[in-house]
Design a binder for this molecule. Structure first.
Ligand code: DGL
Length: 268
């Protein structure tokens, strides 16, 4: 048994859409979550800046006794993960996990990707999908308006429908059968996205796929699961504890206010 914790980080709140699935699926595991709310958004920044931020995020993760780290940010997993130096524990990214899941899911080899500008520019999804299935055709769409919409609570109103339509309409003629929600904010728009693309297209949710992936790792013995006990969850942010606690409690469906602490990420 391995009672070390699982580290999860994102640029802010979005990674909680991954945490939600992880804590539901693994009630005995301890989790440490970091949301870099002071430096959000990552999705519109240069690769150089993302690399610098992620170095600090990983240095913070290093201060815990982690058995693995999940990069629950599409942008960070696209840009920084492929260039990351080796750590004493494995590091997995939602882009790689979601791309692999899409290749397994597609029947016609035509996969759409919605993600931030920086993720799309990095071509990380295309590269990973091509490694698994060189014949697959990928249709990437950068969606700069979707993170601000979610951050402002527009997840199922008229604005959300308009924002989603702007991007999903570009995919409608492409005959895709699988669509990757390539940013951890987008599962919150899942209902609107599914309606816009049509019920026949399979959506790949990074949180669901990451939980399945971690399940495979823990059951294969590659990394041992924790003892049967109640897992502890700690949350850290680099900006307002209050804002994160309020939105985070809503997203996770439980009050996390007492577990959220502020840190100075510039020190790492
Ligand atoms: N969490 C980021 C991602 O998944 C989106 C938010 C941001 O731009 O920082 O790419």
């Amino acid at each position: 048994m391995d009672n070390r914790c699982i580290g999860v980080f994102d640029s802010g709140l979005g990674g909680l859409s991954v945490m939600r699935h992880l804590i539901e699926r693994f009630p005995h595991e301890d989790f440490v979550y970091f949301g870099d709310t002071a430096r959000l958004p990552y999705g519109t920044r240069s690769e150089e800046t993302i690399l610098k931020y992620v170095k600090g995020d990983m240095a913070f993760m290093d201060t815990f006794h982690v058995k693995m780290v999940i990069v629950a940010c599409g942008t960070a997993s696209s840009v920084a993960l492929p260039r990351m130096e080796r750590h004493a524990y494995p590091v997995y990214g939602i882009v790689q996990v979601s791309a692999d899941a899409a290749v397994r899911a597609t029947q016609n080899g035509r996969i759409g990707v919605l993600a931030t500008e920086t993720t799309i520019k990095s071509a990380a999804f295309e590269k990973r999908i091509a490694e698994n299935d060189p014949a697959a055709k990928v249709f990437p769409v950068a969606c700069p308006l979707l993170v601000p919409l979610v951050e402002n609570g527009c997840i199922d109103d008229e604005l959300a429908v308009l924002g989603v339509e702007k991007y999903v309409s570009q995919l409608r003629e492409q005959d895709i059968d699988t669509l990757i929600l390539g940013c951890t904010h987008y599962p919150l728009l899942r209902g609107v996205i599914q309606k816009a693309i049509g019920g026949k297209v399979k959506l790949i949710d990074p949180g669901e796929e990451t939980a399945r992936f971690v399940e495979r790792i823990l059951s294969s013995g590659e990394i041992e699961p924790a003892d049967v006990r109640k897992g502890e969850h700690q949350y850290f942010v680099s900006d307002s504890v209050y804002n994160f606690s309020a939105m985070g409690s809503l997203l996770l469906g439980k009050d996390i206010a007492k577990q959220v602490k502020k840190i100075d990420i510039e020190k790492y």
